[in-house]
Design a protein around this ligand. Structure first.
Ligand code: PTJ
Length: 242
């Protein structure tokens, strides 16, 4: 469903369709206004990356899928933008990985949190926020017991503070953020520099491919991935493009 009708022949059809999903998300009370600004920032980086999944993003998505599958207690954390853009895909990924989804909002209101939880009501969703991430001031510090004890957290469109705090707790953090220079990308264990609209479908397809792999093979795939080097190559790609 779109706020306005966009002809499929439009050269920027995908981008305009994505914007419309966010505008509709605002109208429904799922996306906060700041989410539109955050998306604009993402779009600028996407433009520099050629609006497609780079080979480096694909490598990160492959390693992230292996890490999610080999983790004992993974959790997917979602916010307003993620819930408006890829709700079905997040539910599908959580089923393949067999992990819960948790709503975690930066601009948190109980009303919006409940609205978003409804979107994922058919999934394994963690509602109760009984724990607090240490050394984190924002409302994002309140998490479920499940996330508190998790070994790996997938955090699309996260803020750098929480990524750092989760890393300090000893967790693996998989980020999805189009900005390779953001604190989130710079501190995550696996940094996926790709649009969430492409990254989550790729995670689904890689996880499906690997779901019957042995733990040692998954560990090997994850172990062979060098996140710092991958980020360096992505930043170089942007430099070349400019
Ligand atoms: O729903 P809430 O209240 O939790 O708020 C969500 C936002 C996104 C507003 C909040 O988390 C926020 O302010 O995020 P930041 O700090 O602006 O960071 C968002 C990051 O996501 C930026 O680095 C953007 O480049 C990136 N980004 C934006 N859109 C996309 C994206 N990355 C991947 N895919 C996108 N579509």
């Amino acid at each position: 469903m779109c706020a306005i009708k966009i002809p499929e022949s439009h050269p920027r059809y995908e981008s305009l369709k994505t914007r419309n999903k966010l505008v509709l998300g605002v109208k429904k009370g799922i996306v906060c206004l700041e989410g539109l600004i955050a998306h604009g920032r993402g779009e600028a980086y996407d433009y520099l990356l050629g609006e497609k999944t780079t080979e480096f993003a694909k490598d990160a998505e492959y390693a992230a899928s292996a890490l999610l599958l080999v983790s004992k207690n993974p959790v997917i954390s979602v916010n307003g933008n993620v819930s408006a853009l890829v709700p079905k895909e997040i539910s599908a990924l959580s089923e393949i990985i067999r992990c819960p989804v948790e709503v975690n909002l930066f601009n948190r209101t109980v009303k919006r949190e409940k609205l978003i939880e409804k979107i994922f009501s058919g999934s394994n969703i963690e509602r109760k926020k009984e724990e607090r991430i240490p050394f984190l001031e924002s409302k994002r510090a309140f998490v479920s017991k499940r996330l508190f004890v998790s070994d790996t957290v997938l955090v699309p469109l996260e803020d750098g503070d929480r990524t750092e705090a989760l890393r300090k707790m000893g967790k693996n953090v998989i980020s999805i953020d189009l900005n390779p220079l953001s604190r989130t990308s710079q501190t995550a264990t696996v940094s996926i520099v790709d649009n969430i609209t492409r990254a989550v479908p790729n995670l689904i397809s890689f996880s499906n491919e690997m779901k019957n792999y042995k733990a040692e093979d998954l560990m090997e795939i994850f172990g062979n991935f060098d996140n710092k080097e991958n980020l360096r190559k992505t930043i170089n790609l942007i430099k070349e493009k400019i």
